[in-house]
Design a protein around this ligand. Structure first.
Ligand SMILES: Nc1ncnc2c1ncn2[C@@H]1O[C@H](COP(=O)(O)OP(=O)(O)OP(=O)(O)O)[C@@H](O)[C@H]1O
Length: 221
């Protein structure tokens, strides 16, 4: 589903990702780990089409993802519908006036009818157990609640791939359990999950592939 070939990317003159080649198959659940600053979030941004490699090629489901290809709006919409990204810090992600609007944003952009939007938002609010907060501004929520809204907003488009940067940050025990069971359900439905984390207990329970980005900014498999 995802093919990276000899990818390099740097901010200004600093090379953050160096000559990375990686194949990810549909239905895989992969954990990316490595020290602070080794490039996990940068790699996720690149996979989400927010930054573009200075060298190498990124192919998603047979199609090259480049700055030029994402200028084709129908193609960009289809791509962004299929790959969802939950940022490490939900503050960066949440910008709508209410929780309801935040979850409705993606479906509205994709041209869903009002009825379809309503039904999807209602289901997702129930799923993340935040129905009572639907009319609140996201910036008035706790960090854990914001994380759940960010997850619901990404799920609203029913993506094939979900990338989650430190998904358990700020979650209490109950919310963590919820997040673990959500990831199990998502994986069981054949979807692809990419997680960036440092958390040892998550890493020790993980049975899928683990990819370590090293301090030298190369990938070891
Ligand atoms: N917008 C930016 N401009 C310049 N440098 C950046 C920018 N964003 C990240 N960097 C640098 O790129 C490198 C990789 O950062 P990145 O956030 O991808 O690391 P990470 O592995 O996700 O770190 P952490 O585990 O702390 O979340 C770091 O050295 C960081 O300082």
């Amino acid at each position: 589903m995802i093919q990276l070939s000899h990818i390099s990317y740097g901010y200004e003159s600093v090379l953050t990702l160096c000559d990375i080649s990686l194949t990810i198959h549909q239905g895989e659940c992969i954990i990316f780990t490595g020290p602070n600053g080794c490039g996990k979030s940068t790699l996720f941004k690149l996979l989400n089409g927010l930054v573009f490699p200075s060298k190498g090629q990124y192919v998603f489901d047979g199609q090259a993802i480049t700055q030029a290809s994402l200028q084709d709006m129908p193609f960009a919409k289809r791509f962004h519908k299929r790959i969802g990204y939950v940022f490490q810090n939900p503050d960066v992600q949440l910008f709508n006036p209410t929780v309801y609007d935040e979850i409705a944003f993606g479906p509205r952009q994709m041209g869903f009818t009002d009825k379809q939007v309503q039904s999807r938002v209602r289901d997702l609010l129930e799923y993340v157990n935040l129905t009572s907060l639907a009319d609140r501004p996201p910036y008035h929520l706790s960090g854990g609640e914001q994380k759940k809204v960010a997850i619901a907003a990404v799920l609203a488009l029913n993506p094939d791939v979900i990338m989650m940067d430190e998904p358990f940050n700020g979650l209490d025990r109950m919310s963590r359990q919820w997040a673990v069971s959500f990831l199990k359900d998502f994986s069981a439905s054949g979807k692809t999950i990419l997680i960036a984390t440092h958390e040892q207990d998550v890493l020790s329970h993980h049975t899928g592939r683990r990819i370590v980005l090293t301090e030298e900014h190369t990938i070891s498999l």
